[in-house]
Write a protein that binds this ligand. Structure first.
Ligand code: ADP
Ligand code: MG
Length: 269
């Protein structure tokens, strides 16, 4: 196998707003990708650790975390933990991550810590991952910047609500800044509309506006608001394990296949 095949596709799941569905998308898109044959690593880069908890990794078992990777005390493969989903591992986070910014402030390569760690993952001779999904915190801090510097593309969850577009234009400016400085190759994988409520006229209007603004960058798949999706994390399970037939699970499976199709097109181009 050559290096190109071994290198995973790295997607940063980012939006500076909280509560838009980043973590939910990391967990459930990761699960759906694994279910259709990919080998997936979710990197939890949010000190809240919701992606780790939502995948059933309890806090006590997190001896090593993304904190240790960011400060250079562990390799990412060492901290990766298996989950109930075959082919899906999680690099968990803990609150320690809150201190990373201070600890690495003096390093001129501080924005590339995650990139270096992920490069090691592709080169260490271990079983290769095909997708790495980085769950970002809800702000443009050094952790998010690290993930945008490491990723090939950004995937933006956008909640179908009134202020969606406002946050999006700020995000686009940040992506442009990252391209101009840290990572010229960063592309936008796509915008995922989340928590769509068919009974609410506003949701439909937001979808139309975002599609007009972002064109075919917006995934066709729209994630509906679905109570099963919000219940699943308290059981430490992705919704696909909690209730495979619910509308949320089906939407995330559809999103995964849309992403794979886009990747194939990209590779063929
Ligand atoms: P973020 O990571 O962007 O802060 P989360 O993924 O944690 O956002 O989602 C915020 C809240 O909304 C969580 O309580 C989550 O369970 C809930 N949620 C996310 N997506 C859906 C959905 N499609 N249907 C219902 N609830 C959802
Ligand atoms: Mg989150």
């Amino acid at each position: 196998m050559n290096d190109i095949v071994k290198a995973p596709r790295i997607l940063a799941i980012a939006n500076q707003k909280g509560g838009v569905g980043k973590t939910t998308t990391a967990i459930n898109l990761g699960t759906a990708l694994a279910a259709i044959g990919e080998k997936v690593l979710i990197v939890d880069l949010d000190p809240q650790g919701n992606a780790s908890t939502g995948m059933g990794i309890d806090r006590k078992s997190r001896k090593l975390s993304t904190y240790h990777v960011m400060v250079g005390m562990a390799q990412i493969r060492e901290i990766a933990m298996p989950t109930a989903v075959p082919q899906l591992d999680v690099a968990p986070s803990t609150m320690d991550l809150l201190g990373v910014e201070m600890e690495i402030a003096g390093d001129k390569n501080r924005a590339y810590r995650l990139r270096a760690a992920l490069k090691g993952l592709a080169e260490d001779g271990g079983e290769p991952y095909t997708y790495v999904l980085v769950d970002c915190p809800p702000s443009f801090n050094l952790l998010t910047i690290n993930s945008l510097a490491a990723a090939q593309a950004i995937l933006v969850p956008l909640q179908c609500e009134f202020f969606a577009l406002e946050g999006l234009s700020q995000l686009l400016r940040t992506i442009e800044q990252v391209r101009n400085t840290l990572n010229p190759d960063l592309t936008i994988q796509g915008v995922v509309l989340t928590m769509f409520d068919g009974r609410n006229n506003l949701s439909g209007q937001v979808v139309a506006d975002v599609r007009e603004y972002m064109g075919d960058k917006v995934f066709e798949t729209i994630i509906p608001r679905n109570v099963r999706v919000s219940e699943a994390p308290s059981h430490g399970k992705p919704v696909l394990l909690y209730d495979l037939n619910c509308s949320g699970s089906q939407a995330y499976l559809k999103l995964a296949s849309e992403i794979i199709q886009r990747e194939r097109k990209l590779r063929a181009a």
